[in-house]
Design a protein around this ligand. Structure first.
Ligand SMILES: [Zn+2]
Length: 243
């Protein structure tokens, strides 16, 4: 026997809905008594973006069994939340494939970011679960994996906008630690005496720079050249945008 409940999605959750369903109540027909989480995901909204579900005015868990004639309101994380989903202690990420440029940008800002261009969905979900990392992806279906502790669907296809979305969603502006992580391998970079890296430096760099940093994992050497200036410009744009 089929039943009907009404759903109303708020704020950024509307990004997952077709136009007629946005910012309004709509009826949804279902059979039996499914968990509200499954129904919400069938409608197209991944549960990891949800802060609260209310049924008939009362806050309910995601395992709440949907009843005939329920009136359901669904609210997003809206950037005002201080805490993350269960088990996430720090802002560490694992990125879906094809997000290599975003991975470098996050590392540039100092965030521990796992990225390989050949990971399967199952591997990404496994890394997120084991290492308690936040999944960033353009694929809504990836966020439906049950093992993933926290995640975010990137709305934009452009790296700098994606970076701004992530910084805003997880309130990272105060946590930027530029120049602390290797762009290539995600290792930590530490200051080193010039004499230790002299042989690896191009002649002009040897001449004009005195401060050097080295990746503790792959030994790549960094200095505050043009790449550093680009990063400072990026940080000030983020600060402007998210003020
Ligand atoms: Zn490295």
């Amino acid at each position: 026997m089929s039943h009907t409940a009404s759903f109303h999605f708020h704020g950024s959750l509307n990004d997952f809905l077709r136009a007629p369903r946005r910012d309004t109540s709509f009826d949804y027909t279902f059979a039996g008594s499914p968990a509200v989480k499954d129904t919400i995901e069938a409608i197209g909204v991944p549960h990891l973006e949800i802060r609260e579900v209310r049924a008939n005015g009362n806050s309910v868990s995601l395992s709440y069994k949907l009843q005939d004639k329920d009136e359901v309101q669904v609210y997003p994380f809206d950037g005002k939340e201080e805490e993350l989903a269960a088990g996430i202690a720090a802002y560490r990420f694992v990125l879906d494939v094809h997000l290599g440029t975003l991975a470098r940008s996050l590392r540039l800002l100092g965030f521990d970011t796992v990225y390989h261009n050949n990971l399967t969905d199952a591997e990404i979900s496994g890394i997120a679960e084991e290492e308690r990392r936040i999944v960033l992806t353009r694929d809504v279906n990836l966020l439906k994996h049950k093992a993933i502790p926290a995640g975010y669907w990137l709305r934009s296809q452009h790296t700098e906008e994606q970076l701004a979305e992530v910084v805003k969603r997880f309130r990272l502006l105060k946590q930027l630690k530029p120049f602390s992580r290797c762009l290539v391998c995600n290792g930590e970079i530490l200051e080193v005496p010039k004499v230790d890296v002299l042989e690896q430096l191009p002649p002009k760099t040897r001449l004009y720079f005195d401060e050097f940093f080295q990746c503790s994992t792959c030994r790549r050497v960094y200095w505050k050249g043009s790449h550093y200036e680009r990063m400072q410009a990026l940080v000030s744009r983020l600060e402007q945008d998210l003020k």
